[in-house]
Design a protein around this ligand. Structure first.
Ligand SMILES: NC(=O)c1ccc[n+]([C@@H]2O[C@H](COP(=O)([O-])OP(=O)(O)OC[C@H]3O[C@@H](n4cnc5c(N)ncnc54)[C@H](O)[C@@H]3O)[C@@H](O)[C@H]2O)c1
Length: 250
């Protein structure tokens, strides 16, 4: 694994109760950071903390609720006294055609996958600005670029919006020494994509379009997140970086 030193840094990772978020929390912890673990599901957040080193706390909060986000960020500050790194990872992927999708599902996709990044970036950004800097990494998707996925209108729209929000946030926050980037994974083996992997025909089609010839695993995303959190990427902001085995270039 790519290694960086994040000793003395405090990181908050949303949706870190499983999958890519848990792997990112582990990577940040391995790199020496204190990691605040958010998930809407309290037991999963607590479980992730059990895999981390040193100081860590679970924060059960719905990132789509601006008041809950503000309360969580204040609690992290009260618990650890600083916040240097924010990783916006939590997401939902409602599945339905545009003609059938419920208004609730559409709103949930936009609220959790896009609006939450605004809430967390505002709350954490104020702290980072006052502290003299910080790093925000948003977890987007290649679906937010030019890879529409069938029956995922809310997800695709929210991830495209997240790339736009990243650029806007990077531009505004550069004045405060806060860098903001998005990592866009391809298909990664997690519970979110279990249904995809069950469909042999669809899977064969995806694999044929991935030059590296395999799906990703959560750890494939972690090294890029660590790089973006480190000083090695100090002149890099406002970017959307694909981690997809080469799929987007096909
Ligand atoms: N798995 C993939 O193939 C893939 C591909 C591209 C992008 N991504 C992105 O990577 C990120 C993680 O994906 P994953 O596959 O690990 O997903 P996952 O479904 O396995 O995990 C998502 C986590 O977010 C939590 N969560 C959901 N709603 C929440 C809310 N309102 N507040 C707080 N937590 C909430 C869930 O409880 C869960 O623990 C997401 O942003 C996803 O869009 C995943």
């Amino acid at each position: 694994m790519f290694s960086v030193n994040l000793k003395d840094k405090v990181a908050l990772v949303t949706g870190a109760g499983r999958g890519i978020g848990r792997a990112i929390a582990q990577g940040l912890s391995d790199a020496g950071a204190v990691v605040a673990v958010n998930d809407i599901d309290a037991p999963s957040a607590a479980l992730t903390c059990g895999f981390l080193h040193g100081d860590t706390n679970p924060y059960a909060a719905d990132v789509a609720d601006p008041q809950a986000v503000q309360g969580m960020v204040e609690q992290v500050m009260s618990d650890f006294g600083r916040l240097d790194i924010l990783v916006n990872n939590a997401a939902v992927e409602p599945f339905a055609s545009i003609l059938e999708m419920s208004i609730e599902d559409w709103r949930q996709a936009i609220d959790v996958n896009l609006s939450a990044a605004f809430y967390t970036s505002q709350a954490a950004g104020r702290i980072m600005r006052d502290a003299g800097g910080g790093v925000i990494v948003n977890i987007g998707s290649i679906a937010g670029h030019n890879i529409p996925i069938a029956l995922r209108s809310g997800y695709v729209a929210s991830k495209a919006g997240l790339i736009g929000f990243t650029r806007e946030c990077a531009r505004e926050f550069a004045a405060y020494n806060i860098r903001v980037n998005t990592v866009c994974p391809g298909v990664i083996e997690t519970e979110m994509t279990a249904h995809l992997r069950d469909n042999q025909a669809q899977m064969a089609k995806w694999l044929a379009d991935i030059p590296q010839g395999r799906l990703g695993i959560p750890e494939d995303v972690v090294g890029v997140v660590l790089f973006l959190c480190s000083d090695g990427s100090r002149y890099l902001t406002g970017q959307a970086i694909n981690v997809d085995g080469g799929k987007v270039m096909m």
